[in-house]
Design a protein around this ligand. Structure first.
Ligand SMILES: *Cc1c(COP(=O)(O)O)cnc(C)c1O
Length: 389
């Protein structure tokens, strides 16, 4: 605040350089949220909206109609339904249509197989999510997409600090979007980032985040005789502030220690819950390592309680767990939208998973308390499947 710069300025530029270096990419564009980062990613990748073609017709006018409207549909963007709603809502922001693909029943992430099942001629982009921080198997997806001229965007909102094939996640896609909301590991209160190795995309995104002005506000304010800016197209205000970036720079330095701490706590959870039947704990996939932003468990038929029954039992002991990840296609906002393929793994995971308490200050004692409550719940007398709640 004492520097005099509050809105986007030198701190944002510094945070962008440090974040790009940490993620192993050449370009990072700071924005107001992951949602706006995804929005920009689809715009710079050239995902096209539909067109309303208005055709005046004298014959139709004679029939009492004013115009005949032929509608050219927009592009399609393949997304998982099994994600926070933003992943599915962003295609609509650019006039495109989301197409839901199912996820792997173990990892909760899209795979090349589930995406191939819904690809069609209008698909111009795929958004793959590293759900809860668990790295998606991006390699085969990139191969599938690039063979068809489809762009692959990684929604890495939850995955800062996660690794895939020995590198930070995000590198295997054409662009990646990150969230710095307080629910995520690295926070700037609100904020997001778009990363890519495409310099042309990054430059375009930098213009679009500030109304597509030809000069950034920071450059104009530094000049004694400010150049006149020009607006060649329409953009938006997706800027991050220097106040947020200053927080982000400090947070970024703490990230490796935070990830290490979370992974140690997850190892303690695993040891404490070893041998509990009917509770599958999420684990690293063979291709990578999770930051364990969300440590979730699937409650299957061997467990004496349903997922909701277990949430109640934990709450009765003062343990606040959370229902697992949502499924966008079950929300009223997408109701009535026909599915291109059934989503059995999505529906199973959204009904049967819960997220266990985990933060880097939880401590071994906290893990022990939650694990004890889970073990007690696992000893509940079993109720026949049909009578369960
Ligand atoms: C949190 C989250 C978002 C949205 O991030 P914001 O920064 O709040 O816009 C998008 N996608 C996924 C998978 C998320 O978890």
């Amino acid at each position: 605040m004492e520097s005099g710069w509050l809105a986007e300025g030198p701190r944002v530029a510094e945070f962008e350089r440090e974040f790009a270096a940490a993620q192993g990419v050449t370009q990072a564009v700071a924005v107001s949220s992951c949602t706006t980062a995804l929005h920009l990613a689809l715009l710079v990748a050239g995902v096209k909206p539909g067109d309303e073609v208005v055709v005046p017709s004298f014959w139709l006018q004679a029939q009492g109609h004013r115009f005949h409207q032929a509608v050219k549909p927009g592009d399609e963007v393949v997304v998982p339904s099994f994600s926070f709603l933003a992943t599915a809502s962003v295609p609509r922001c650019v006039g495109a249509e989301p197409v839901f693909a199912d996820v792997d029943p173990l990892t909760g992430n899209l795979t090349a197989e589930t995406v191939a099942a819904v690809l069609g001629p209008r698909v111009s982009a795929v958004v793959v999510v590293d759900q809860g921080g668990l790295p998606a198997d991006v390699g085969p997806l990139a191969e599938l997409c690039h063979a068809r001229g489809v762009v692959l965007i990684e929604d890495a909102a939850c995955a800062v600090g996660s690794r895939y094939r020995g590198c930070p996640v995000g590198i295997g896609a054409d662009a990646a979007a990150w969230s710095f909301h307080p629910r995520k590991l690295l926070t700037t209160a609100e904020g997001g980032m778009l990363t890519t190795d495409r310099k042309d995309w990054a430059e375009h995104a930098r213009r679009l985040r500030q109304h597509a002005a030809s000069f950034p506000a920071a450059e104009r304010h530094e000049a004694v005789r400010a150049p006149a800016e020009e607006y060649a197209e329409l953009g938006d205000n997706f800027r991050m502030t220097d106040l947020q970036a200053a927080i982000g720079i400090v947070q970024l330095r703490r990230l490796p220690a935070m990830v290490e701490r979370r992974r140690a706590l997850v190892a303690s959870y695993r040891a404490a819950l070893d041998g509990v039947p009917g509770l599958r704990l999420i684990e690293d996939p063979p291709e990578g390592e999770s930051n364990f932003q969300s440590f979730w468990a699937e409650v299957d038929a061997d467990f004496p309680l349903t997922r909701d029954g277990l949430l109640d039992a934990l709450a009765a002991e003062g343990v606040s767990a959370r229902a697992g990840i949502m499924a966008a296609h079950l929300e009223p906002a997408f109701a009535g939208k026909p599915l291109r393929a059934p989503l059995p793994a999505t529906e199973r995971l959204t009904a049967r998973t819960l997220i266990l308490p985990l933060h880097h200050e939880l401590g071994e004692e906290g893990v022990g308390r939650v694990a004890d409550a889970l073990r007690r719940a696992a000893r509940t007398p079993k109720v026949p499947e049909g009578e369960r709640r």
